[in-house]
Design a protein around this ligand. Structure first.
Ligand SMILES: C[S@@+](CC[C@H](N)C(=O)[O-])C[C@H]1O[C@@H](n2cnc3c(N)ncnc32)[C@H](O)[C@@H]1O
Length: 385
C-alpha cells in the first residue's frame, strides 16, 4: 500500500511517549515535534494509529504546506488545492484551525477563509458549493498555522482521542484519558504490583490502567472521522477491529483499586468502567485516604488530589497535601506514589523528597507529576480492602 506522511498530535510532555507508541505500531521515519509526532505509513497504519494510540489526540494527513503572509495569500493557496480529490460536492465538510505567531491572530477567521476557498473552488468547477456540517461532516479539514507556515491536513480522527467514549459522566477536575494514559506510561507503571488510585474521581487512571494491562484498544469504544471518508476501506477497518479483539487479554495482570471518599464519584467511576467493559476487573471502594489502615505495602500509586479548584484557601490546601505526605510516610512504606497536581505550592508541603518531577499540562493548567518513594525494610504486608 502507498505510504504517506502522517502527523499525530498530543499534549506537551507526551511527545516521546507517543513516538514510542508509534514505533511499536511498526511505523518508520518517526520524528518528535512540539506537541506532535510525524511518521510515515499506509492506510493500515493510519487506521491503526486511530484505533491503538493511547497518547495521541488526532491523526492528521497533511495534503499541502505553504507560506502565507496575509489573508489573501492564504485564501489563494487554499483555493489551489485539488479539493475534488478529497471530497464530492455532495459531501459535507468542516474546517478547524489553530493559528499561532504574530502574522495570523484569528484562528476562526482563517477557518472561514479556508471554507470560502473550498466553496469557491466547487462553485467554479461544479456550479454549486458543498454544505458545511460542523458536527458530523463527511470530511474534516485541519489547518495548522505557525507564523507564515501553513499545513492543511485531512483530520482522520474527528472528536479528539482524549474522548474515548466510555466516560459518560465525570467528577470535578478530571484528567482526560490521553493525559492519564500518558502519565501511566511516563511513570512506567509497574503492572507486576497492585495499582491504586486512592482519589480516583471519575475513575480515569484505574480504567486506563486496566485497558493497558488487558491490551484493550483505546479506540474500540467510539467512531472516527475516517469512517465517513469517501475512500473508507471498511474491510481493512473490520480486520483491524477483529485482530484487536483477538489481542485482548482475559484479565489484568494485577489487582487494580480505585478509591474515593465521595460516593457519587464512585458511582460515576463504576459506570464509566462498565461502559468500557472493565468494571468487574477494578476494585472500586469508598475509602477516605486519611483513614487508610496501615497496610499499603508494595503498591504502585497514581493520584490526582484536589488542586483547590473551588478556590479553597491555600493554607487549607497546604495542610491537605501535608496530611497526604504524612499518610504516605506512615501507611505506605515500600510503595511508590506518583502525584499529579496543578497546585504547585501545595505540592511542596508533601514533606517527602520527590525522586522525579515532570512538567505537564491538564488543559491550560500547568501541573507537576512528582514521584515519592517510601522505602522501608519491614516485613511485607498484603493490601487488604
Ligand atoms: C481532582 S479529583 C480526581 C479526578 C480523577 N483523577 C478523574 O480523572 O476523574 C480529586 C478526587 O479526590 C477525592 N478526594 C478528596 N479528598 C479525599 C480523601 N480524603 N480520600 C479519598 N478521596 C478524596 C475527591 O472526592 C475527588 O473525586
Amino acid at each position: 500500500m502507498e505510504k504517506f506522511n502522517i502527523i499525530a498530535t498530543t499534549f506537551f510532555g507526551l511527545e516521546e511517549v507517543l513516538a514510542e507508541e508509534i514505533k511499536a505500531l511498526g511505523s518508520t521515519d518517526v520524528k518528535t515535534l512540539t506537541r506532535a509526532v510525524s511518521f510515515s505509513g499506509d492506510n493500515e497504519m493510519l487506521y491503526k494509529a486511530n484505533y491503538w494510540l493511547r497518547t495521541a489526540l488526532k491523526i492528521l494527513v497533511p495534503i499541502k504546506t505553504f507560506s502565507a503572509f496575509n489573508d489573501k495569500e492564504f485564501y489563494e493557496e487554499a483555493y489551489k488545492i485539488q479539493w475534488q480529490d478529497y471530497m464530492a460536492v455532495t459531501d459535507t465538510f468542516a474546517v478547524d484551525c489553530v493559528a499561532s505567531g504574530p502574522i495570523f491572530t484569528h484562528s476562526k477567521y482563517l477557518a472561514l477563509k479556508c471554507k470560502d476557498a473550498i466553496a469557491d473552488y466547487f462553485r467554479q468547477k461544479r456550479g454549486r458549493r458543498p454544505d458545511v456540517d460542523v458536527e458530523y461532516p463527511d470530511l474534516r479539514i485541519n489547518v495548522h498555522v505557525y507564523n507564515s507556515q501553513v499545513t492543511v491536513s485531512l483530520d482522520s480522527t474527528g472528536i479528539p482521542m482524549s474522548k474515548r467514549g466510555y466516560k459518560t459522566r465525570q467528577t470535578e477536575a478530571p484528567v482526560n484519558e490521553v493525559l492519564a494514559a500518558g502519565i501511566l506510561t511516563l511513570t512506567k507503571t509497574d503492572f507486576s504490583t497492585p495499582f491504586v488510585d486512592p482519589m480516583c474521581g471519575s475513575g480515569t487512571f484505574p480504567i486506563e490502567a486496566c485497558l493497558m494491562q488487558m491490551n484493550i484498544a483505546p479506540g474500540s469504544f467510539r467512531h472516527f472521522a475516517l469512517e465517513k471518508c469517501r475512500n473508507f476501506d471498511s474491510q481493512l477497518w473490520g480486520r483491524i477491529k477483529k485482530e484487536a479483539k483477538e489481542l485482548r487479554k482475559t484479565a489484568p495482570e494485577n489487582t487494580i483499586y480505585g478509591f474515593d471518599k465521595d460516593v457519587m464519584a464512585l458511582d460515576i467511576a463504576t459506570q464509566n468502567a462498565a461502559n468500557a467493559g472493565v468494571d468487574k476487573f477494578i476494585n472500586f471502594d469508598r475509602k477516605d485516604f486519611f483513614n487508610t489502615p496501615e497496610n499499603g505495602f508494595g503498591l504502585f500509586m497514581v493520584m490526582n488530589p484536589p488542586y483547590g479548584e473551588r478556590l479553597e484557601n491555600q493554607e487549607d490546601m497546604n495542610e491537605f497535601y501535608k496530611q497526604i505526605g504524612d499518610v504516605l510516610k506512615s501507611c505506605y512504606s515500600g510503595s511508590k506514589a506518583w502525584i499529579l497536581s496543578g497546585n504547585l505550592t501545595a505540592l511542596k508541603n508533601i514533606g517527602l523528597h520527590p525522586s522525579k518531577k515532570i512538567k505537564l499540562f491538564n488543559g491550560p493548567l500547568e501541573c507537576r507529576l512528582e514521584c515519592f518513594e517510601m522505602y522501608e525494610g519491614s516485613k511485607k504486608k498484603k493490601y487488604e480492602n
